[in-house]
Ligand binder design. Structure first.
Ligand code: PRX
Length: 657
């Protein structure tokens, strides 16, 4: 046992919570894990029958004949929107509040399951009237709100595959995604309200379509959110309220195979352009519902709040699908955590008596800082006694932030579920279960029952606990990525490299502690950065920089640790002109930041930009990124630089602007 393990603080599940939990106590967890191990297909088949309502039951659980293109429950048919809406109404939950919408300005709108179903049906009928049919791709570029959820549910209802693009992405990024998906329609809003400001959406769609390559688009549907002035280009563009107001409030669902693609969601990889992660219908829905219920111990009277945006996978699984499939009541929040001040989260929890709160470490860290600078925003000024469970997602949570979250938000009584998963995994993979798993700050603890997460070396051999390695998942699971849209070869290459024995390669490094076998995620092992829980490829940012052909000759991008955002983007740039210094360097750095924001979106703006006469390269011309990572951190370069073509460059690049 290492010394480190002796120092680990362990928090047992609170007894009362454990007693009433869906998975109650470690024995229950182990029993489920053992059931899955003894009969893998039997386990998932049982849960698929319990958690999902099938139009036609499946007869086969898993088809591995074309691995790694696995199929789950393939001959079963179902509809996700039926499962999330009609089924709850049929169970007598029609009047139950499905969504409590907390707008940016604090206005509250509640919708019941019956109303949400009616709105979804209206839009689904509207989409059908425009000729949108099963298998068509629909891009959703919306702000956070009830209509965003309705748009996704309406696509699911008619079997159209949605692809939500985060409202912070630029026209160029939106265009690329529309083109790659071959979408027939875009659903957007006039503007989005964020932090007291109205930010454009529709005009960005116009810009994206004007960039060309989007000939597949037939219509743009516009939800009127702010009433801001936008151009409506008839007959292509239609107001959502005009399209839907006199449509019937019922709509026969399209019953699809469990393998039918429910959605594409673009995410960054280590090379090239963002990839369209394709998810299924049946397996995805099963895991969304199952993990919502077990990881958050969701009960009928809970008020669940996931602060993610529907533009990311967390918003898909834990806003649009999981909580609704479980018949829960949830908050949908439009604003930002710092508006009108940094107590917004805490005041909103108090206002709606939130019981389960799920957010990202980056938000916690920035709110800790805010409470230090402005003590009036500290959570102690709000009544957070309704909370019973807290969650964390998107990046490693450092133990100090964990302890603060636990003590100050959770009042020392709420378990924190630190959930490790990815866009590709569809739902939680490694996570505590709040009524079962003893918690260790900074560790996402143990695999969800049935998930075969493991740590291996480069050849796929298990590494002993206490040693670090590559995080893999040994067996396929129901909510896994099915393919990269339009690029099955890239799917195989990215996730199933031949040397790993057919295991799924997550792209993260991890270790397990010697005492409990608990997992700790150490971060990406590829060229993917995680900035404020947002995933970005270094190559994508490099491509954006070098696309500024008037100015940039060459660029290399690396991450460096950052106290608030987890990682920060650091770009090393060689200009086509002489290396700038002083004010001029600052001005060019600003120009390049704005350029990246335009090419990708503001989230991809480099925090540091350093200029050099050239970049550190080996004699064969390869950029030495490892050295750049050290330079970015401000560390002295200790490694052997004898193979470097131009060692003097390191000193130059170490200078900040
Ligand atoms: O590096 C891991 C990190 O986020 C990556 C997945 O990013 P994305 O697909 O955008 O999905 C984020 C929301 C699920 C992972 O490869 N990550 C996610 N959750 C955690 C995490 N790292 C550490 N601990 C977590 N709980």
């Amino acid at each position: 046992m290492s010394e480190q393990n002796h120092e680990l603080k362990v928090y047992a599940p609170p007894a009362a919570l454990a007693a009433g939990a869906h998975v109650s106590g470690m024995a229950a967890y182990l029993k489920l894990a053992a059931e899955a191990e003894a009969d893998y297909e039997g386990y998932w088949g049982r849960l698929a029958r319990e958690f999902v309502s099938w139009k036609k039951p499946f007869t086969k659980v898993l088809d591995e004949s074309n691995a790694p293109f696995f199929k789950w429950f393939e001959d079963g048919t179902l509809n996700v929107s039926y499962n999330c809406l009609d089924r709850n109404v049929e169970r007598g939950l029609g009047d139950k509040t499905a969504i409590i919408f907390e707008a940016d300005d604090g206005a509250v709108t509640k919708v019941s399951y019956a109303e949400l179903l009616a709105r979804t049906c209206r839009l689904a009928n509207g989409l059908r009237s425009l000729g949108v049919k099963k298998g068509d791709r629909v891009v959703i570029y919306m702000s956070m709100g009830i209509e965003g959820v309705v748009a996704m549910q309406a696509c699911a209802r008619i079997g159209a595959t949605h692809s939500v693009v985060f409202g912070g992405f630029s026209a160029q990024s939106l265009r690329d995604r529309i083109e790659d998906a071959g979408a027939v329609l875009v659903i957007t809003a006039d503007e989005q309200a964020r932090g007291g400001k109205a930010l454009p959406l529709k005009s960005i769609v116009d810009e994206a379509l004007a960039l060309g390559g989007c000939d597949s688009i037939r219509n743009v549907i516009v939800y009127q959110r702010t009433g801001g002035k936008v151009a409506l280009n008839a007959p292509r563009d239609l107001w959502l309220h005009e399209l839907t107001y006199d449509r019937p409030t019922t709509c026969e669902p399209e019953w699809v195979s469990a393998e039918h693609p429910l959605f594409l969601l673009y995410t960054s990889g280590s090379t090239g352009k963002p990839k369209g992660v394709q998810h299924s219908t049946g397996g995805y829905l099963l895991h969304a519902a199952l993990t919502t219920k077990w990881t958050f111990d969701l009960k009928d009277d809970d008020v669940f709040w996931c602060t993610a945006d529907i533009g990311w996978v967390t918003g898909h699984t834990y806003i649009t699908y999981g909580p609704l499939a479980c018949g829960g009541t949830e908050i949908v929040f439009e604003g930002v955590p710092t508006y009108p001040d940094a107590a917004r989260f805490w005041k909103t929890i108090e206002k709606h008596k939130v019981t389960i709160f799920y957010t990202a470490p980056t938000a916690i860290r920035s709110l800790i800082k805010a409470a230090e600078t402005n003590p009036a925003t500290h959570p102690k000024h709000s009544d957070l006694s309704s909370l019973r469970i807290l969650g964390s997602v998107g990046e490693p949570i450092n133990p100090a932030a964990w302890e603060w979250y636990h003590a100050n938000v959770g009042g020392g009584r709420c378990p924190i579920v630190d959930t490790w998963w990815q866009t590709e995994t569809g739902g939680h993979m490694i996570t505590p279960l709040p009524g079962a798993t003893p918690l260790v700050p900074g560790s996402c603890t143990l695999p969800f029952p049935g998930i075969t997460a493991a740590i291996v070396d480069e050849l796929g051999e298990d590494v002993p606990n206490g040693q670090g390695g590559i995080l893999v998942v040994k067996k396929p699971w129901p909510s896994m990525i099915r393919t990269i849209y339009g690029d099955p070869e890239r799917f195989k290459k990215s996730y199933y490299p031949p040397e790993l024995k057919g295991y799924y390669l997550a792209g993260d490094g991890a270790s397990r502690d010697a005492e409990r076998g608990y997992f700790t995620i150490t971060g990406r092992i590829d060229d993917v950065l995680n900035v404020s829980g947002h995933r970005m490829g270094t190559m994508e940012i490099e491509s954006a920089l070098v696309a500024h052909t008037d100015l940039v000759a060459e660029a290399a991008v690396v991450g460096r640790p950052d106290d608030t955002t987890g990682e920060a983007i650091c770009a090393f740039v060689v200009l086509k002109r002489s290396r700038p210094t002083g004010e001029e360097a600052k001005a060019i750095a600003k120009e390049l930041r704005d350029w990246v924001a335009k090419e990708i979106g503001p989230i991809a703006k480099p925090k540091d930009i350093r200029f050099g006469d050239n970049l550190p390269k080996t004699r064969s011309g390869k950029i030495m990124r490892r050295l750049l990572r050290q330079v970015a951190k401000g560390e002295a370069v200790t490694q052997d630089i004898s193979t470097l073509e131009n060692p003097a460059i390191l000193e130059q690049l170490a200078q900040t602007n």
